[in-house]
Ligand binder design. Structure first.
Ligand code: C2E
Ligand code: CA
Ligand code: CA
Length: 765
């Protein structure tokens, strides 16, 4: 297409060529032919004829020549016009397809007019040429925010002769387009001054630019360092956090490898592994120690990922990292706190275990002897309660100091809990050494702790001792066994030491085993209730019973409650067990009533743990309504000690229990420290005198106590019941004292349901 243009030859050359050739050829012909004729020896008339013939031949020849030349020129003209048309058509098509709207402005008297605009203006801007006749109608389409700026640039064009600017212009459909407008003075001068320009729609680019600007603003604003490298690892870009963390500016690192941050603390394999992961999984993350520009080491959490092009070739690597040095040092501080006791400044249990483990490993290797001493301060709580916690802390510090001073450097000491120190004797020469240290420690502890202005504080301690290797092969076991030994020592007295022996743990493991069995027994319903009759003193008739639990493991001897109730209390198992007892008593009562028997009031023992249960009242109500029994047939027995441990709370609980309509009795009365003031306020029906007073009534003090209890109960209008009446004398004595009811072997032992039922039938008959 473009070679067509090379065929254009300026027409003026053609204009001169034809006359020039004609002049040359005709001139030459006349001269030559006349000379030839003059030279011929011919008569005149022949000469005239020849001359006429020569003239005719010349005319014929020149006519032919003229014809050929004109035809040639005409053909060229035609070709030229065709080429012009073609190129015009080509230009129009190009402009139509082009993204640039081209235009020409002309300075006219009436102002600047739009002289010409390419046809694509309709497609790109939505307007035809006729819709934008002059520059003002174009300026009117510009976004109000850009108006002033654009008008100013346009006004200066006569001086500047060109401009390049970006602004928003309203498309015919109403939306604004971002356009790039470039204009310059045209070289073609045709009278008026003329400008040519082009407008390109750059809305999409602006959007991309805006997004990019936003993205880079985000990257700049984050606190993580970002570094982008080319596929060879040369840094192309870093953000400002990179500079903040590393100390290197972008200019300093551009083109360099991120390895310049290397601390030299990582082996070559570390990086091999890292790049292998990036190549295989496209990603690596981990901790890495680097060096800042000022030489300082720091730990960063680094993520390296790669950027691929559409053919899967790596175009960039991107590293993002955060400085976690502070986090690390916090972690170290936390770990220190975790392993240390802030009061005594000694390691805590965890800290000591950490020290012991390598020493034990050493002991295994060298066969050396080690010992663990658990020093327990008895009733340290008293010190805190009497003098306050600040003094308590000072005492602990003083003791820690004294104990530490007695030990060798290779020994360890920790504060394992509030009132417990654990001492670890490393590499003992002989077992006798343990005795010496123990004696010394006891002696140290027998010295009072004195602070000015305070009375001397004396502390009682016990020490439990375990030896490695015989009492345990790891630090945990040795420590646990030393604690078992110190617990054992507490039973034996104060200010003494006790070596560990295996039976100490058998007690513990028996307990664990029993707990498991108890749980199973509850699931398999291995418990039964026995009923011990309650007898009226004056009539000698049965007026009720106390339900007492028994454990009957299948195929084994029945187990008395004394053996499992304390453990059930300790583990909380007493709560579900107590609920079962309540339900079974209610079910039994209902069965007896339905059978026309009158069991009277049946007493059920409530444990302290059960009393603390919030839903106890709900359970009671549920049990009563489920079996539709009169609530007054159930008497709840609560021990005096459990009531008095928190009398205010107990008062609230008793008041709510009372709303169920059940009766309430105080069990084991006389064993605790009842206050008369409370007794008066408690909503109770009965007092049960503890068996220990009934047992030795002959003893004058016991007799007096029982007498006093009965008088007081009477004054408070409460019923009195005696427990454990075994002899007629006891019964008589109590009857003489006005005791209302009694229970005991004298009348009956607690009975299984069928025996009790048989007794009921006899009694009811
Ligand atoms: P407790 O509530 O003081 O129960 C009375 C205990 O004295 C019963 O022992 C009973 O068999 C015994 N006993 C009755 N009369 C005499 C007597 O004349 N002489 C002698 N030596 N003992 C007599 P048991 O059944 O072994 O119960 C012991 C304790 O176990 C109960 O003392 C109670 O504290 C607890 N216990 C028993 N059953 C339950 C229960 O269902 N729930 C709860 N929470 N505790 C229960
Ligand atoms: Ca009882
Ligand atoms: Ca009792």
């Amino acid at each position: 297409m473009f070679d067509k243009f090379s065929q254009f030859r300026p027409l003026h050359k053609e204009v001169w060529r034809i006359p020039a050739i004609y002049f040359a050829v005709s001139g030459a012909w006349i001269l030559l032919s006349d000379t030839l004729l003059g030279a011929l020896p011919l008569p005149l008339d022949e000469l005239v004829w020849f001359s006429a013939a020569k003239g005719m031949a010349f005319v014929a020849f020149t006519t032919l020549l003229l014809f050929l030349l004109i035809r040639r020129a005409y053909r060229k003209q035609l070709k030229l016009e065709w080429a012009n048309q073609q190129s015009e058509q080509f230009l129009r098509e190009m402009l139509l397809a082009s993204p640039a709207v081209c235009y020409r402005l002309r300075n006219r008297e009436q102002g600047v007019v739009l002289d010409w605009i390419s046809d694509n203006s309709k497609r790109i801007l939505g307007y035809r040429a006729a819709q934008i006749p002059d520059i003002d109608s174009w300026l009117a389409l510009i976004h109000p925010d850009d108006q002033v700026r654009v008008r100013q640039v346009v006004a200066e064009t006569s001086k500047t002769r060109r401009y390049r600017q970006e602004y928003r212009v309203r498309h015919a459909d109403g939306r604004y387009l971002w356009v790039y407008d470039e204009l310059c003075l045209s070289d073609i001068q045709q009278g008026d001054r003329c400008y040519v320009g082009a407008i390109i729609d750059i809305s999409e680019q602006r959007q991309v630019q805006e997004r990019l600007r936003l993205n880079s603003a985000v990257i700049e604003s984050i606190h993580n360092g970002v570094v982008i490298t080319d596929p060879n690892g040369a840094i192309e870009w870093v953000n400002s956090a990179f500079t903040t963390i590393t100390g290197y500016s972008e200019a300093e690192v551009k083109g360099k490898n991120p390895h310049l941050l290397s601390s030299g603390h990582h082996e070559r394999e570390f990086f091999t592994h890292m790049w292998h992961a990036v190549a295989e999984e496209g990603f690596w993350a981990g901790e890495i120690m680097n060096r800042r520009r000022n030489g300082e080491l720091y730990v960063e959490w680094l993520t390296v990922s790669r950027l691929l092009d559409e053919r899967g070739k790596v175009t960039h690597y991107i590293g993002t990292f955060s400085d976690i040095s502070r986090l690390k040092s916090t972690e170290a501080r936390v770990q220190q706190l975790e392993n240390f006791d802030p009061v005594s400044k000694l390691p805590n249990r965890k800290g000591l275990l950490q020290q012991m483990t390598p020493a034990i490993e050493e002991g295994v290797k060298n066969g050396s002897l080690l010992a663990v001493l658990c020093l327990d301060i008895i009733d340290f709580k008293k010190v805190n309660d009497s003098f306050g916690h600040p003094v308590g802390d000072k005492v602990i510090r003083e003791i820690a100091h004294r104990l530490r001073q007695r030990l060798r450097d290779r020994d360890g000491i920790c504060r394992a809990s509030g009132d417990k120190f654990v001492i670890f004797l490393n590499q003992l020469a002989n077992p006798g050494g343990v005795d010496i240290v123990t004696k010394d420690l006891l002696a140290i502890m027998s010295q009072p702790v004195s602070f000015t202005g305070l009375m001397d504080i004396y502390l009682d301690v016990v020490i439990g001792i375990t030896l490695f290797p015989q009492d345990g092969e790891d630090s945990e076991t040795l420590l646990r066994n030393a604690e078992a030994a110190s617990n054992h020592a507490k039973f034996r007295g104060r200010n003494l030491a006790c070596y560990y022996s295996t039976d100490m743990t058998t007690v513990v493991s028996r307990k664990i085993e029993l707990e498991g069995r108890l749980r199973q027994a509850l699931q398999h319903q291995e418990f039964v209730l026995h009923y011990q009759p309650v007898v009226c003193m004056s009539s000698g008739r049965m007026v009720g019973a106390e339900a007492l639990i028994r454990w009957q493991p299948p195929g084994e001897k029945m187990i008395a409650p004394g053996e499992f109730i304390p453990l059930a209390e300790e583990t909380g198992l007493i709560v579900p067990m107590g609920e079962w007892i309540l339900r079974d008593v209610a079910r039994q009562l209902k069965a007896w009533l339905d059978a026309g028997l009158d069991p009277g009031v049946v007493a059920v023992n409530l444990s302290a743990r059960q009393m603390a249960q919030e839903n106890l009242v709900d359970v009671l109500r549920d049990v009563i309504t489920q079996h539709a029994i009169p609530p007054a047939l159930i008497e709840l027995e609560i021990t005096e000690t459990s009531l008095m441990s928190d009398a205010d709370a107990a008062l609230g609980i008793l008041n709510t229990l009372r709303t169920t309509g059940c009766k309430i009795a105080i069990d084991d009365f006389g064993t605790g420290y009842s206050s008369l003031a409370y007794l008066k306020r408690f909503p109770i029906d009965k007092i049960k005198i503890d068996r220990s007073f009934v047992m030795d009534l002959q003893e004058s003090r016991n007799g007096e106590i029982v007498h006093a209890i009965i008088s007081m109960a009477k004054a408070l209008r409460l019923d009195v019941q005696a427990e454990g009446v075994e002899t007629p004398e006891q019964r008589q004595w109590l009857q003489g004292m006005n005791c209302d009811t009694y229970q005991g072997y004298l009348f009956s032992r607690p009975l299984p349901v069928d025996s009790f039922e048989a007794m009921l039938r006899g009694d009811n008959a």
